[in-house]
Write a protein that binds this ligand. Structure first.
Ligand SMILES: O=C(O)CCC(=O)C(=O)O
Ligand SMILES: [Fe+2]
Length: 255
């Protein structure tokens, strides 16, 4: 996957940014940034799963990329679904046999292909302005595959902890929706990516998301959060980021 991803990102900028390639899903930096603190030194393809399987999707002539992406997406999707069900059943045994999370399928989940170019301006965290901005994921669960370079950090207690790359290991993050559904028992972990002065880094992330009209609800009542739909959540996050430069997330939905 890493080799295929490297080939994809080596395409000329015009090709990557063309509306046809991978459904026109190319982004660089932070399109929504309103201050330098929110800039990130990265480029990515934000690919809806349905696009990967669709015949209409243009892979820029990279035929092996299509097959590899399809295989990775399928495996990550299966893993995310299984883990989500196991985690849900641990809190609410009645979830067994139900489809959980409801409203998630290949039209709602997506794959993010990330590349972090070397960033000479920021050796060893000299200027934090170029990290992938600290955030929590707005989904149920994220399955992440990072390469050997490292740079991912997560908030543990009061400080950042580096997630060392282990060959063949995947990282699974609980997202905001699972935190809400679990009444805060599962925590959506804040994370960021440090830049590297000399080495480029690649990662692939699979986001388990429901449809926009799916109500999120809770494993049991009373819940600290009111019921909201995923669409409402996404809209609110986007509005907050645009208005204040920051994602507020779940606290907006406290009862
Ligand atoms: O590249 C990584 O390791 C993390 C990416 C990430 O956090 C994200 O895309 O939400
Ligand atoms: Fe993330």
């Amino acid at each position: 996957m890493r080799r295929e991803q490297a080939r994809l990102f080596r395409l000329p900028f015009e090709a990557k940014a063309s509306p046809g390639l991978l459904g026109g899903s190319y982004r660089w930096g932070t399109p929504t940034a309103t201050s330098p603190r929110q800039l990130s030194w990265s480029e990515a393809f934000h690919v809806p799963l349905a696009a990967v399987s669709g015949d209409a999707c243009d892979f820029g002539g990279l035929t092996t990329l299509r097959d590899v992406t399809w295989e990775v997406a399928g495996a990550m999707s299966k893993l995310a679904g299984t883990l989500a069900r196991v985690l849900a059943e641990a809190l609410r045994p009645a979830t067994a046999g139900e489809s959980f999370p409801e409203g998630c399928d290949e039209t709602t989940c997506f794959l993010l292909l990330n590349r972090y170019p070397p960033c000479p301006v920021s050796p060893d965290g000299g200027s934090a302005a170029f990290d992938l901005v600290p955030h929590t994921d707005s989904d149920f669960l994220t399955v992440l595959c990072q390469d050997h370079v490292g740079g991912l950090q997560l908030m543990k207690g009061a400080g950042w902890v580096a997630v060392k790359p282990i060959p063949g290991a995947l990282i699974v993050n609980v997202g905001d929706l699972f935190q809400a559904w679990s009444n805060n028992r599962y925590k959506s972990v804040e994370h960021k990516v440090m830049t590297n002065a000399t080495t480029e880094r690649y990662s692939v992330a699979y986001f388990l998301c429901p449809s926009y009209d799916s109500p999120i609800g809770a494993c049991e009542e009373p819940s600290p959060y009111r019921t909201f739909t995923f669409g409402e959540y996404r809209r609110r996050v986007q509005e907050d980021v645009k208005r204040t430069g920051k994602k507020i997330g779940l606290p907006n939905f406290l009862v």
